[in-house]
Each structure stands twice: as structure tokens, then as C-alpha cells.
Design a protein around this ligand. Structure first.
Ligand SMILES: [Zn+2]
Length: 272
């Protein structure tokens, strides 16, 4: 089985000194592709270094791995400033963000909006989100978005600034089927993680019924969001097996099929 973890944070301090083991465990579970997302400029160099160190050499995914690190998951990276780290001084990092594609990033993210936190101020989050969205449109990289309690505002920003031609993904999607419909209209896709390991709600089944197969990706968001069956932190990419088992059961599909479908969607979005 070839599983793509469409969204996690290998740059996190929680993986410091144990990344090799974490990646070996992921490989043993069938994870062959990972997209890691930096959440602030201080992590950007590390993000790129992790991807280059573990990426053998292959440039296109054909179901097999080649090169020096045959067998290790291939890692692609994204650069962004997460709404939790929004700050005025980060506007001066946008010029460097505009070099992301040249540096090898496959997406701009994690960026987005979060109404469930008091600080940074929501207005600042919006300005920084839109500025990064503009960069993504300019250099035509897809966006990886975080959104909590602010879907209407997210859609407003996307309509105001535009969606990159390369597309975009809302990660850990928690919105309604109506919101999913609006986002599909904007050309977005959705990634889901630990929520798939929990008992399905009617709302989740409705959303899955609408976005599967063409707009569905699977993720861990590790080291955050541990699944129900492995609640200890840090969460790891290998735990994607619980999310995969959960969603396969909800959809009445095999794990192999769901893995294949989400790998294909991830490959289309991120270009691997
Ligand atoms: Zn994340």
C-alpha cells in the first residue's frame, strides 16, 4: 500500500533527534509520500533541509521508489506563516516567501484563519493570509489552509484575492457540506485526519459523501491531532493507518482504494 500523508509538520521540535525513527515507522506502515508544512519563517530552511535529506532523487512518483534512500518516504515541503504566528514583522518575510517555488517548495502553507484564538488579532491574521495568498497566486503554487471558525471569512478572502491556478487544500476540514460545496466551487480540495478515527457524525458522513473520491486527501497533522487509537503525543505519520481505517469503514471502501485515491489527489495538487 502507498499512503500519502498530505499534511504534517516534520520541522516540529517534537521530532527533533528522532526523525529517522519516525520516518522508518512511517515507511513500515506504507507511507511513501509526505508533505511537511512549515508554520513560520524560522522553520523554512529546516523544512527544505528535511525534504532534501530524505528525498532520494526521484522527481516523479510512479509507485516505486528509486535512488539513494530507496524505501524511505519521499518528502515534499510547503512554506508559510500559520495564523497562530501572525505578526507585523512577518510582512517583511513575504519577499522570501516569493522564492518558495524556486527553493523547491510544492505549496504555500500552512496559512489561514483562526477565530478560536484571541491573539493574534483576527484583522492581522486576515491581512497576512491575504498577502500570502497573493504570493501563492503570483508564483502559482497551491495553498495549504488552516481554518477554524472562520469559513465565511476564508471564502471572502479567497474571492477577494483569488485562488492560485494550481489550487488549494483546506486541511483538517471541519466545515459543513454546504461549505464544502462552496469551496469545491472555488476549486479547492480537502484533507482530513484524526477526525476520521472517531465515531462518524452525520455531518462528517455527508461531507465525505460529497468530497470523496475526487477532492479527498488524508493526513495526520502530526505531531498534533493524535487519532483516537493512539492518543499519546507526539502524533506521528505512521498513525495515518488509523485515519485510513476509519475513513475506509465510513465509506465502505477498502483501505487500498482510499489510499490510492488520496495519493492520486495529493499528487495532482502538489505535483508529484
Ligand atoms: Zn497543520
Amino acid at each position: 500500500m502507498n499512503i500519502a500523508d498530505a499534511h504534517c509538520h516534520l520541522e516540529s521540535e517534537e521530532f527533533e533527534g528522532r526523525l529517522d525513527g519516525v520516518l522508518a515507522e512511517a515507511r513500515n506502515t506504507g507511507v511513501t509520500q509526505i508533505v511537511t508544512a512549515a508554520v513560520r519563517p524560522e522553520e523554512w530552511a529546516k523544512s527544505k533541509a528535511i525534504a532534501s535529506a530524505t528525498l532520494g532523487a526521484p522527481t516523479c512518483f510512479d509507485g516505486t521508489l528509486a535512488g539513494r534512500d530507496a524505501g524511505a518516504p519521499r518528502i515534499s515541503f510547503a512554506w508559510g506563516i500559520h495564523p497562530w504566528y501572525a505578526a507585523e514583522h512577518h510582512f517583511s518575510d513575504l519577499e522570501r516567501l516569493a522564492t518558495a517555488a524556486r527553493e523547491g517548495a510544492v505549496a504555500i502553507g500552512e496559512i489561514g484563519l483562526d477565530r478560536k484564538i484571541e491573539s493574534p488579532a483576527f484583522g492581522l491574521q486576515q491581512r497576512l493570509f491575504e498577502a500570502q495568498l497573493e504570493v501563492a497566486c503570483d508564483i502559482n503554487l497551491p495553498v495549504v489552509m488552516h481554518c477554524r471558525g472562520a469559513f465565511n471569512e476564508l471564502v471572502e478572502s479567497l474571492r477577494r484575492v483569488g485562488v492560485p491556478k494550481a489550487g488549494g487544500m483546506i486541511h483538517a476540514f471541519s466545515g459543513s457540506v454546504e461549505m464544502a460545496e462552496i469551496c469545491l466551487g472555488l476549486g479547492l480540495v480537502f484533507s482530513m485526519g484524526a477526525s476520521l478515527s472517531y465515531k462518524p457524525s452525520k455531518k462528517r458522513l455527508q461531507v465525505l459523501g460529497r468530497i470523496y473520491p475526487d477532492a479527498f486527501l488524508i493526513e495526520t497533522d502530526s505531531p498534533d491531532m493524535p487519532p483516537a487509537q493512539a492518543p499519546d503525543k507526539p502524533n506521528v505519520p505512521a498513525n495515518i493507518r488509523y485515519n485510513l481505517a476509519g475513513v475506509a469503514a465510513m465509506l465502505g471502501r477498502t483501505e487500498e482504494e482510499v489510499a490510492e485515491v488520496s495519493m492520486r489527489n495529493a499528487g495532482r495538487l502538489f505535483g508529484f
